[in-house]
Design a protein around this ligand. Structure first.
Ligand code: AKB
Length: 337
């Protein structure tokens, strides 16, 4: 049991969780984690306490409330877009009820130690939605408040939870009580993320990381979107850096609750080209999955991240060429050597 100010990471055994634990471990605050799956043993060594369970288990959250003083929450647990289309009701439960549970948890924590809990929520480009490919192409780099008509359960969940977080951060129980809310809610809408260390599962942007990892392993890969499919992507270290920059930015610098962040926006064909350059024997083919293609077609081709650049200095280290040349290819080669 620890009464030191601690960090709670949900969904910690996922892709972003690994990166965050790496960066936050050894810092002043102990890390506690909550995930359905146990952490890999080398990751578990870096955390103070690992809870294995569900964000829907309110008794477990009460136990964490009673035992720890949490003042930063990174709420990463979610069902991703493709997976959510197969089980929409379950997705709603995990993605929305789960987030509500964590916001209530954070509010109680803040009330008990008398200062706001900083709460990070990863939203997604899935919050956007274009009815036609033509409208997507004409829209160009979308701003945060445009085209918010998601076409997936996951996107609808993400957009709603952005609003829920804004409510907890700014208007909590305004009519019912004089007490101020105790959550400082901060949110990034992520693009597709590409990690050299982990392969995602259940997402729709998965084709890019899957293609690279398959090529490095010498396995054939069948890409499920058309060669001209375009959405924004980002290298995982830049995504983790952005989360930490936003979380540590002075409150008064933040003009928004929800921020876009961008880095590069290649087509599937451009990804395939750099993969083939690095792995000349890569066996990549295309077999379009109409449903997943329609999800990609509804997401923006790129985002406008001017607010993140201005307010908290978003500055990704890796553009498309550098992400492959300096991060993905060398790290993945080592990983599968
Ligand atoms: C997904 O594909 O579901 C995620 C996302 C873009 O939010 N990677």
């Amino acid at each position: 049991m620890s009464r030191y100010a601690s960090i709670l990471i949900t969904g910690a055994s996922g892709e972003i969780g690994h990166g965050l634990i790496d960066r936050l471990s050894g810092g002043p605050r102990p890390i506690i984690t909550l995930d359905l799956n146990p952490l890999a043993s080398e990751v578990a060594k870096k955390v103070r306490k690992e809870f294995v369970g569900s964000i829907l288990d309110t008794q477990m959250l009460e136990r964490i409330n009673a035992e720890y003083e949490v003042d930063e929450v990174y709420h990463l647990a979610a069902l991703l877009s493709t997976r959510s289309e197969f089980s929409p009701a379950l997705a709603h439960k995990v993605n929305v009820e789960g987030t509500l549970n964590l916001l209530e948890f954070a509010q109680r924590e803040g009330e008990s130690h008398g200062r706001p809990v900083t709460f990070f929520y990863p939203s997604s480009i899935a919050a956007y939605g274009f009815p036609t490919l033509r409208e997507k192409t004409e829209a160009g780099r979308v701003k945060e408040d445009e085209h918010l008509q998601p076409t997936t359960m996951y996107g609808a969940n993400k957009l709603y939870c952005e609003h829920l977080g804004r409510y907890y951060g700014r208007h909590y129980k305004q009519l019912a009580t004089d007490k101020l809310g105790k959550i400082d809610f901060r949110c990034i809408r992520f693009s597709g993320l590409i990690s050299a260390l982990t392969v995602p599962s259940g997402g729709t942007s998965d084709y890019a990381p899957e293609m690279i990892h398959a090529a490095a392993k010498g396995e054939p890969y069948s890409c499920f979107v058309r060669p001209d499919a375009r959405i924004p992507f980002m290298a995982m270290p830049d995504a983790v850096e952005a989360v930490l920059k936003l979380m540590h930015a002075p409150r008064e610098k933040l003009s928004r609750v929800v921020y876009n962040i961008g880095a590069f926006a290649p087509t599937a064909e451009e990804v395939e080209r750099v993969v083939r350059e690095a792995f000349p024997n890569a066996a990549v083919s295309t077999k379009v999955d109409g449903k997943r293609q329609s999800i990609i077609d509804s997401w923006p081709g790129d985002v406008n991240d001017g607010a993140a650049v201005r307010d908290w200095g978003h500055a990704p280290r890796y553009d498309f060429a550098a992400a492959f040349r300096d991060y993905l290819i060398p790290t993945i080669r080592k990983r599968y050597a």
